[in-house]
Design a protein around this ligand. Structure first.
Ligand SMILES: [Zn+2]
Length: 70
């Protein structure tokens, strides 16, 4: 199929991102590893310990430095 997106500079791509994942199987809690934790964080939802993991996140890649055209 021909790709007819109007704004090819805005692409949704999947990126493997470092995250903290809740160790509680019944909890879906996770957070991005964007912060500098002094130690391992606890889940904000259930207070369980969290472990480092990776998650595929869909991110918007904006290759256009200036979006003022719209
Ligand atoms: Zn949790």
């Amino acid at each position: 199929m021909y790709n007819s997106r109007k704004k090819p500079q805005d692409e949704m791509v999947e990126e493997v991102t470092s995250i903290w994942s809740c160790t509680n199987d019944e909890c879906k809690g996770w957070m991005r590893d964007n912060f500098s934790f002094a130690s391992e964080p606890t889940c904000p939802q259930c207070k369980s310990p969290m472990v480092k993991s990776e998650k595929k996140l869909t991110v918007l890649v904006n290759t256009s430095p200036n979006q003022s055209k719209d």
